[in-house]
Design a protein around this ligand. Sequence first.
Ligand code: SF4
Ligand code: SF4
Length: 431
Amino acid sequence: MIAKTKYIPDGKKELKELPIIHYLDAEYVYYPVTSARCPEGETCVIGGQFVKVGEIIGTRKGAFFEQPMHATVSGEVVGNEKHIDQSGKLVDCLIVKNDKKYTMHSTIVERSDEEIDQLTKEDFIKIVKDAGLVGLGGSAFPTYIKLETKDTIDVVIANGVECEPNLISDYGLMMTDPRSVIEGLIYAMKASGAKKGVIAIKKKYSVIEERLNFCLHSFSNYDIKIVKVGNYYPQGWELAMIKNALGIKIPQGELLSKYGVLNFNVSTLQSIYNAVKKRLPVLERLFTISGDGIHNKNFRARIGTLVTELIALAGGYKNPEQPKVMILGGPMMGTNIMRDDVVMTHTTTSLIVMNDNPIKEEACVHCASCVYSCPVEIQPVQIMNAYKVKDKEMLKTLEVNKCIECGLCSYVCPSKIHLTEYMRLGKRLAK
Ligand code: SF4
Ligand code: SF4
């Protein structure tokens, strides 16, 4: 009974049909002082201080980069509280009481096209760095570091595949504002010196293709193409996407730039557009609440909004007396959380709430489905066995570090073994 699985239910159809509720006026907004990539941070404002939209209110500090924190509302700094961030950790958050006037900081002035034409590679990098931009597809990798490459870049690829079930943030963006994605792509091409741009979307996204093509007519002096790739999972994983969209096979662990490629998620490209054209940091995001344990809704909400408020606006939990499983992000790669006071950050796209129906894990039946389904061609079942006996050398031999934590092995396992968790543990042990 070998099953090679790539097609999984994507749960997006109903979500795409739901209207988007604009909730941009939260009374209080919360800014985590740290993040998964920046375990330290400091604020540069004090209680009682008035801040404006786009004003720097602190800095998150990581091992190799610093990310400025920006206010997304105007109002008064009123203190600190602990809440959950995107990584599921309880972190310190600075609180700003929204005055609902949205007074812009003096630095937020739109650039003219003539000014943008004069920008050098260094200027683009500085703009992106100062705006605190990170990969919005979930990686949170600093965007300016990708642009800083000294390698010759031939093509910038816009990743609009968003293959993870239940996530529709990139889809929503391409439907409502495809032009900002294209302009962001053009800025990334200018910053990196790439002559070509490619927008990768799923085969089934004909409507998106139409919208992008319509906008591309205004940019016919740029070499930008739309490439449609498979509808399966994990087609959005950058190496799979690049292989299918560009025909370039890049080995795991190698820098894309060495192969003349830079890859950005479409939402990240929109953030580059906003930073370059409007001098804006990321102010808001599309956020989806889904799952059978909650009323499903789509929101456009400000960075810093407490998800608890969105849950209440959505109509709250279904059968609240029943225990729930909560996942931040997608069902395959998301993070399990124990409480819902999550703060919306740059990478917060979705909350899934499911009624908890405990699944009994059974013994491995040696079906090899996990091995056949693994996109990076490692052996999850062998890795699990090596982890159980804490065999570090075997974990390295089995190349546990190649695992991209896509969740497919757990999904296909007929014995309901949570193999992906063993992969995570195995990676930590093999370090
Ligand atoms: S989670 Fe890791 S081991 Fe499992 S299928 Fe995905 S890449 Fe392979
Ligand atoms: S771990 Fe699950 S999927 Fe893998 S061989 Fe065993 S039963 Fe099959």
